[in-house]
Design a protein. Structure first.
Length: 69
C-alpha cells in the first residue's frame, strides 16, 4: 500500500495519490496551513484488511518447534 501526498505551494492544495484498492481521502476540514505548520488527517478504509485479520484468528498457528498453538 502506497499513499502519496503532494502539496502545491502555489495554490495551497493537497493531492492524494494511492493504490486503486486503498480507500483513502484527505479530511479537508482538518487541514491547517499557516506560516509554520502544514497538517491534515487522512481517513483510511481498512475494512478489507480487518476481514482478513478476523479470518486469520481462527486458523491454527504452527510454532517453530512444530507444535500447534
Amino acid at each position: 500500500m502506497i499513499i502519496k501526498i503532494e502539496y502545491n505551494k502555489s495554490n495551497g492544495t493537497l493531492n492524494l495519490t494511492k493504490d486503486d484498492e486503498v480507500g483513502a481521502v484527505i479530511n479537508d476540514n482538518t487541514v491547517v496551513d499557516d506560516s509554520g505548520t502544514l497538517s491534515f488527517e487522512i481517513a483510511l478504509d481498512v475494512s478489507q484488511y480487518q476481514q482478513v485479520e478476523d479470518l486469520a484468528q481462527f486458523e491454527p498457528i504452527e510454532e517453530e518447534d512444530g507444535g500447534i498453538n
